[in-house]
Design a protein around this ligand. Structure first.
Ligand code: GDP
Length: 478
């Protein structure tokens, strides 16, 4: 454990040059950004006449959300839905059309606010929350930050076009996140619409639809003609019922940031989806490395509200800094606690960034395997021909030690693209390129996100590397 001279000075509220002088007296030559060990730091703190208090993670994060709810306090909550699918298959149109089915907005004259998510109330009184940034980028970005927001994925497939590459990607993402899929077969108004072909094609991707004896619900819709939208909503509610979604509304709020930005005149604003509890104006909170006090809340219908319960998306004013999508949001007792946690996380983040730039995914993975924390080695495989893909998948899936096995998240023919990297990042997976390379965007993204890509041209080498990885022996390459 170490602390930089600057950080130590900050915590003691002393000037850094004075800390450097004190260190010199002890025979330690240090610059302002140099890390010094905990024992040396302790001596310096005593030298300044301060009380030594080593803060552990557990101390700082104590009492910060996460506590269990009693079963009797759990109340049904609306499902949270993300819409995914191939470009131009109608995700945006469908989100707009679904939004228009809201009976409450209808009454109020339909003034809507874009805050990153909205809730629809059906005539039956049932509610559904939709995340209204379509596409798998937002979905995986959030998941890679540890946030599990989505209960159900609505997969949009155009009836006149069928399963396309991004449809397949969306299926992979949903599967990796273990989120059930409801299929909306869209554009049924078009002359070339062929819903049965879509159902048939889904079969090739292990989505067995109800009509074929499976459990995947499909609904034929037209976003354009607003056809069968209630049917789609009913299918979503049916899927939600199977999952028995519940939350305790009577506690301090916890949620997830789904969108955040800096706005002129309003400061940092973020949309938070409440996971459990009820958020109230005046509550003090921590969100990722930021904190704040709820100054005002605005819902997706443009209303200022005083309280927000489970699965309700609200835009919050009162952040001290701008959090990130996917950040955890937790109400705390007081400002001192909020500052302490946010400050601690900011320090941790700086340290982690320094470590991350020095180590690859693989090395971190080995550390986890060695420590017994990881049971699987997730991989994404891209190769030049189908035969190689199959050979590699077959070889790797057969390899497993007592402790760990390989989990193939995605395998396909083709170069490594951004989607492969986002998928890998979300699951901390290794990307294997067999006789293929990554495109420049994917390379850039992999560098930024610390996702490791390994290139091979001999299957034996892949097998050898993975075998060593599974036994925690592989030397990292840089
Ligand atoms: P996204 O890229 O998946 O968000 O797709 P959009 O919602 O932007 O739709 C792509 C195009 O398909 C637009 O020109 C829409 O007007 C059209 N479209 C979307 N839904 C339907 C539909 O149900 N029927 C027809 N005929 N066109 C649709």
């Amino acid at each position: 454990e170490t602390i930089t001279v600057q950080e130590l000075a900050n915590r003691m509220a002393e000037r850094a040059p004075n800390v450097i002088k004190a260190l010199m007296k002890m025979g330690v030559m240090a610059t302002i950004n140099q890390p010094i060990d905990a024992d040396t730091a302790e001596l310096v703190v005593e030298e300044f006449g301060h009380e030594v208090k080593r803060v552990s993670e557990a101390d700082v994060l104590e009492g910060l959300g996460g506590s269990e709810d009693k079963p009797e306090d759990m109340v049904s909550r609306p499902p949270v839905v993300t819409v995914m699918g191939h470009v131009d298959h109608g995700k945006t149109s469908l989100l707009d059309a679904l939004r228009a089915t809201d009976v409450v907005a209808g009454e109020a004259g339909g003034i809507t606010q874009h805050i990153g998510a909205y809730q629809v109330q059906m005539a039956s009184g049932d509610k559904i929350t939709f995340i209204d940034t379509p596409g798998h980028e937002a979905f995986t970005a959030m998941r890679s930050r540890g946030a599990k927001v989505t209960d159900i994925v609505v997969l949009v497939v155009a009836a006149d076009d069928g399963i396309m590459p991004q449809t397949v990607e969306a299926i992979r993402h949903a599967r990796a996140a273990e989120v059930p899929v409801v299929v909306a077969i869209n554009k049924m108004d078009k002359p070339g619409a062929d819903p049965n072909r879509v159902r048939q094609e889904l079969l090739n991707h292990e989505l067995v639809v109800e009509e074929m004896g499976g459990d995947v619900l499909t609904v034929e819709v037209s976003a354009k003609q607003r056809l069968n939208l209630e049917k789609l909503e009913e299918a979503i509610l049916l899927q939600a019922e199977i999952q028995d979604l519940k939350a305790n509304p009577e506690r301090e709020a916890e949620g997830t940031v789904i969108e955040a930005k800096m706005e002129k005149g309003r400061g940092s604003v973020a949309t938070v989806l409440i996971r459990r509890g009820t958020l109230k104006v005046g509550d003090i909170f921590v969100a990722g490395t930021e904190w704040g006090r709820v100054r005002a809340m605005i819902d997706d219908r443009g209303n200022r509200i005083e309280e927000a319960g489970p699965a309700y998306p609200v835009e919050i004013l009162g952040f001290q800094g701008t959090p990130q999508a996917g950040d955890d949001f937790v109400v705390v007792d007081d400002e001192a606690k909020a500052r302490e946690v946010a400050g601690y996380r900011q320090r941790k983040e700086r340290e982690a960034l320094a470590v991350k730039s020095a180590r690859g995914t693989m090395e971190q993975m080995f550390a986890k395997i060695k420590a017994g924390e990881a049971k699987e080695l997730p991989v994404v495989i891209k190769a030049d021909v189908q035969g190689s893909v199959e050979a590699i998948v077959g070889t790797l899936e057969k390899m497993a030690t007592e402790e760990v096995k390989v989990r193939v998240l995605h395998s396909a023919v083709g170069g490594i693209n951004e989607s492969d990297i986002t998928l890998a990042k979300a699951s901390e997976a290794l990307v294997i390129g067999f006789n293929v390379r990554a495109n420049p965007q994917a390379r850039e993204l992999s560098r930024r996100d610390g996702v490791e890509i390994r290139y091979y041209s001999i299957i034996y080498d892949v097998a050898e590397d993975i075998k060593r990885a599974l036994t925690g022996l592989l030397e990292p390459t840089f």
